[in-house]
Design a protein around this ligand. Structure first.
Ligand code: UDP
Length: 239
């Protein structure tokens, strides 16, 4: 039928800020519950979902560095923040009866599993949501890069980047009402025009490994599901 799923395995990247709701900091469990339900819809139609969540609602290395902390220490704090977000998301998923496992790039025995690619693939094949936390495990990277890296590693068919806007625009649509949405962009255009969709490391990685990225608005009801059934939602970045 027309609403069959187009993708079997995806990697969804949520920013930390998307977990904080109306507050300026922290985690809003109500927002998490809503997201868990949307993710559950995908699992329900047989989509294998890998998740990467940022940490910007709690700590960012660059911001801590500006405030006087050592950059690498700040990045370690940022990565630990992503683990906290991942634990909160697992909690929300399990409250919706969606099986999930948190893996961390930084070993955290007793709190999360350690990242293991083959184990992650097995869990995904069993219909569990796998949350990849602690980014890449390295300072000077972002969770966008981590999302693309994990997506490529576990052979996801698509990286989905959730943003506040429903795709990439020619200008900031809030400031410029004449701005139009790109339905499709090439990696080269994103890099050349410095469109700021994702950091350049992440885009380069996707380009090198032909991993398509779709930028979309998570808070738009049904957006996630329509992407999965192959509708033209947000902006697709491809070769
Ligand atoms: N971070 C890092 N290495 C990684 C991923 C993240 O050092 O591989 C740190 C970095 O300090 C970053 C913070 O974790 O600022 C939170 O991640 P990010 O800023 O990507 O979160 P988001 O903006 O998506 O909420």
């Amino acid at each position: 039928g027309g609403r069959d799923r187009k993708y079997k395995r995806i990697l969804l990247k949520l920013s930390g800020e998307q977990l904080m709701g109306d507050e300026g900091f922290g985690i809003d469990p109500k927002v998490l519950d809503k997201m868990a339900l949307e993710i559950g819809q995908l699992v329900g139609i047989g989509v294998q979902v890998g998740l990467v969540i940022g940490g910007g609602n709690l700590f960012r290395g660059a911001a801590l560095n500006e405030a006087g902390l050592d950059r690498v220490t700040g990045d370690h704090m940022g990565m630990l923040a992503t683990v906290m977000n991942a634990l909160a998301m697992r909690d929300a998923l399990e409250r919706c009866n969606i099986q999930s496992t948190v893996m961390s790039a930084i070993p955290m025995h007793g709190v999360t599993d350690q990242y293991d690619r083959r184990k992650a693939i097995r869990l995904l094949e069993n219909g569990e949501v796998v949350i990849f936390s602690a980014g890449t495990g390295n300072p000077f990277f972002t969770t966008d890069s981590a999302a693309c890296l994990r997506g490529i590693e576990v052979e996801a068919e698509l990286v989905l980047k959730a943003t506040k806007v429903d795709g990439v625009y020619t200008a900031d649509p809030v400031k410029d009402p004449s701005a139009t949405r790109y339905s499709r962009l090439s990696y080269d255009t994103v890099l050349q025009e410095k469109l700021g969709v994702m950091d350049l490391t992440a885009i380069c990685l996707c380009q090198d490994h032909s991993m398509p990225v779709r930028v979309f608005k998570m808070s738009k009801p049904g957006a996630l599901l329509s992407i999965i059934v192959g509708e033209d939602e947000g902006t697709l970045i491809v070769g």
